[in-house]
Ligand binder design. Sequence first.
Ligand code: SF4
Ligand code: MG
Length: 314
Amino acid sequence: KNVKKYFPIKTGLFNRVVGQVKAVDDVSFGIRAGETFGLVGESGCGKSTLARVLLNLKNATDGEINFDGRNIAKVGTSELRKLREEMQIIFQDPYGSLNPRFLVKDIIGEPLRIHTKMSAKEIDDRVVELMQLVGLDVTRRNRYPHEFSGGQRQRIGIARAIALNPKFVVADEAVSALDVSVQSQVLNLLKKLQKELGLTYLFIAHGLNVVRHISDRIGVMYLGKMVEVAPTDELFSNPKHPYTKVLLSAIPQATPNRVRERIILEGDVPSPANPPSGCRFHTRCPFAQERCRVEEPKLESMGPDRQVACHFPL
Ligand code: SF4
Ligand code: MG
C-alpha cells in the first residue's frame, strides 16, 4: 500500500545529496495466494526495485507491505528470518547469480545450510530431490555451474529458490537471457512447480509476450508508477492504458491478417530523477491532452478486477 522507494542522488567529494530518484512512487497492488502476477515495463521503470522492497531486501522509503497478514517492515529479527525463508527470488542472470567456485550441490544446498539444522546427509538427499524436481541430472551435482547450459543454470537457480519450501517466489527477468525455446521450457517448469508446491509468483519481464502465458493477472509499470492492472486475457484483448497499448503493439503477430498497428513511442524514457509533471507518460503518449500535463491520474477501478491510471482511458 502506497509503497515508495526513493534513492538519493549524491555528488562530489562530500556526497552532497542533490536530488532523489523516485524509483517506485506510491504503488499499491495485491498479489493473491496461488496466482502468478506478471509485472511489466521498460527497464528502469522500477520493477526490480519494487520486487526487492516487497522481499524486504531493500527498505521502503514509505508505505506498507503485508505478507500473509504481517507488515514486513514491522516484524522482529526472528520473524524476519522466517519471512526470508518464505519469500525467495530467482535472478535474471543465470551466469552471474551462481558462484562459479561452488559445486552445484553446494549452490542448491546453501539456503539449507544457512537456514536449517539439517545434517550433511540430509542436505545431500534434499539436493537430489530438488534437482529431480527441476529436471536436472543428479549425477552432475559435483560439477561447477560453467559446465551447465544457460537453461540448466536457471534450473539450478530455481532449485536453490525453492529449497526452503517458500510460499512466494519472485522471478526477476528469470527467462529473459534465454533462447526462446529454452524460455518456454523454463516457463513450463515454473508452472509445474507452482501446481505441485502451491507457489505464488511475481513474474517480472520487460515485455508482455513473456508474461502472457504464465500470468493470471498483469500489472504495467511506467516510471515508478503502476499504470494498469488487469486479468491477462482482458489486458491483451482490451488494454485501457495507452502505454499498455503501446507495449502490446510491439509484440509480433502470429496471424498476419490481423496485423496490429505498431505504435512507436517518441523520445526516450524520461529520467525518474526528474519525471514529467501530471501524467508521467504525457511526454510520449499519443493521446495526451492539456489536462495530462498538469494533473496526475490516480490508479482507479474500472470495472471488476481492473485498474487504470489515465484521464482518458481507451
Ligand atoms: Fe496519455 Fe493523458 Fe492517459 Fe497519461 S493521462 S496516459 S498522457 S491520455
Ligand atoms: Mg530489472
